[in-house]
Design a protein around this ligand. Sequence first.
Ligand SMILES: *Cc1c(COP(=O)(O)O)cnc(C)c1O
Length: 410
Amino acid sequence: MSEPVAPPAVVQDLEARAAELDAADPLAAVRDRFALDDSTVYLDGNSLGALPRGVLPRLGDVVSREWGELRIRSWEESGWWTAPERVGDRIAPLVGAAAGQIVVGDSTSVNVFKALVAAIRMARPGRSEILVDATTFPTDGYIAASAARLTGRTVRAVPPAEIAGAADERTAAALVNHVDYRTGRLYDLPGITAALHEAGALAVWDLCHSAGALPVGLDAAEADLAVGCTYKYLNGGPGAPAYLYVRRALQPLFDSPLPGWNSHADPFGMAPGYQPADGAPRGRVGTPEILSLLALDAALDAWDGVDIEAVRAKSLTLTDFFLGCVTALVPPRLVEPVTPAGHADRGSQVSLRCEGAGAVMRDLVARGVVGDFRRPDILRFGFTPLYTRHADALRAARTLADVIPASGAS
Ligand SMILES: *Cc1c(COP(=O)(O)O)cnc(C)c1O
């Protein structure tokens, strides 16, 4: 059965509204910093950010000159050795951290391990339990379970909205996602952090789906440790290294479970005994992944002059507008938003529950609208404010309205 098509006047109104919003967008010109064209609407930047134009020439230089010509001299002369902290300091303002607290390297999964074990080691004595966000991206849960086994603690899985109330005198630390990867729900980082502190526990945050899309405010909230990936909203490229934040006051207590030679106070002393470096370098492990780290460094140029508050404002108009377009154009019984309507609870994606979501997303991608599908029934659309336009949101909703009666349940 075919569904009624939205009347042309409705589409015209939405087109006019999109044009108005895009014309008033203070970030409109930032899109030109990315290698994008109008053939597709790219709404998967929450999985792999688009390529910033500056990355290719920079990597060309890194490979041909820094590596090809300078070779070993580049550790010193090209600043390779200190790149993990230097790039960390470039991420810092995006997550509300003062300089000197973030180091870049290793995957998010590895950093979850470092952060969580270190948090347990600095927790008050007698704390037997780790709280983990029950809806977490799986890797965090797997790593937390292993960290608990290694340190003789137990894991209790709790829905993030209940973590604040669940923390008690048994809690060593809680590992919480700032934004849920599946639903796009945003959690109250300052409030949950304060509640954990009240209970005498440490707050370890996973920022994978918030950093680069909204202000995080790590220092202001006195978050203890945090990790995040750089290939989603930070556009660092496939497999770009992740980052680790350790609040300055806790750095002297940070006892890494992976104390590689790069985190030694005198790495080239080649001493048999371990003496940890001070500050952010203490979070390092082995030789930094220079090529991907410097691709990330170049990618971060896309943020020059960009205010994260403006990014958040645009993220909300994009997701509001997309939700409005979906409501206007797609018959209501076919999709159900699972992303919260309230701004205080929304990250930078819109997830829609829909029957046959896998087939619907395949058809959307074939029609040039790239989001992704999360089993069993979620269509996920990520809105990267640096390069997504309101016109893209409308095109995505119109295409969804076209494909859904054909590929979904009907
Ligand atoms: C994307 C994501 C990861 C990715 O971990 P990797 O080690 O980079 O593969 C981890 N945690 C969350 C919450 C994520 O969204």
